[in-house]
Unconditional design. Sequence first.
Length: 451
Amino acid sequence: MRFVVRSFVFAVVIIVMMGSSSGRAQDATPVTATPVASSGCADAASLDLPAVTLTTADLIAAGLEGFGISSAGPYLVEDDIAYLAESLHREAGEVRSILTGAGYEGSYFSTQSLPSDTTNRASLPIREVQIGVYPFADVQGAAAGYELLTDESGVPEAEDVEGTVTFGDESELTRNRGDNDPDIGQPFRELELEFRRGCLVVSLALFNYGDAAAEPEVDAIEQLGERLVARVDDVVAGRTPGLDALALNLQPNGDLLSRSLVFYAMLDGEAVREWDETDEDFAGREKTWGEIGFASALRSDTPIPSGEDIPDDDLRRFNTLLQFPDEEIASAYLQGAAGRFAGSPLYLEVTEIAAAPALGDESVALAVTRETDGVRWDLNELFVRVGDIVTVTWIERPDESLAEPEVGIEPLAELAETQVACLVAGGVCPPVPISEGLPGLAASPAPTPMS
């Protein structure tokens, strides 16, 4: 399986308050959903790839309860070349030639996990659902990519199996097994559905872990596959919220991109559980977000290199785009942000930063103090509305024991100003390159809150 990054526990708290050889396709009736309107993906950056997801309701309908999103994010082309060369036992140069010749620009992967200990959400997973989305320049490119991805001739443990449905334009079901998953350290049983739809190739894999792991069921993966095909069609036809293209992303150097977390925590009114949410936590968030009026919410969490050798020493920038049914509901949410925080027992102090710059259609800056497991955290958060979208941004230091203040409002405002420009302009928001730290970060202490 493929691992991206696991989110931080306290990120959830704050957002809650934000109110073989090439296989043959199975002979059966195709699951086509709505016909794809476009035959090409020349502008892959505009595709809302995180919307190729399964919500918690989708999983529960297939009998998969208790799963939470544990990793999600983009991969660079070179990352995918290394991954596919290793997993398919192919030469990297051969994989590179096929992908680059097909106009390939990198993948998006997400994983939802079921913990082995239901009382400890951070325990190793016992089951997982993983989705990989591979965009190509056109249908021909996707056909070449699909041929590559479904060629398990170098994997002796893999075996194609019969299903009851053909998904998309062509599809394949494959079982795989191993004695030691490299990430989990346990024996595994895997059932993978791969299908091509238009210019996208999608993999959907079910993993069961442990010495007594059962084979994942064909019925379950086919039920999930039906839902996923419909989501793929929506993405290619532009019928999704489109928040991924609008979101301002930081572009760290090198392989740090694969440590960014990007996913829909809510998609068109359906919530996605996070890995560390208990049943009670998720139910509460789902209820609260529904009452507030969230339509969709895209979360991103990106490391900002701080010059240290240890990845966990990086700063992390959290940016969430909240989409509402209309501007009025979005405005009411923003204007009520301070009151919701102040009314929560999780927060010790909440004050508005009156000196913060005015941004977008309206904005609010808050200085908040919370206590988590006896540890005090001081943060500045910036809420900005543009039309029916509200952005919420903050930056956290990695070590709560640092004596220095948390990140000031100035770097947040600088990034938020660029985010506002992207929302106003529409289209694809170009990323901000980050080499080490942020402009003015070290010289920008947290401002004195003003009520």
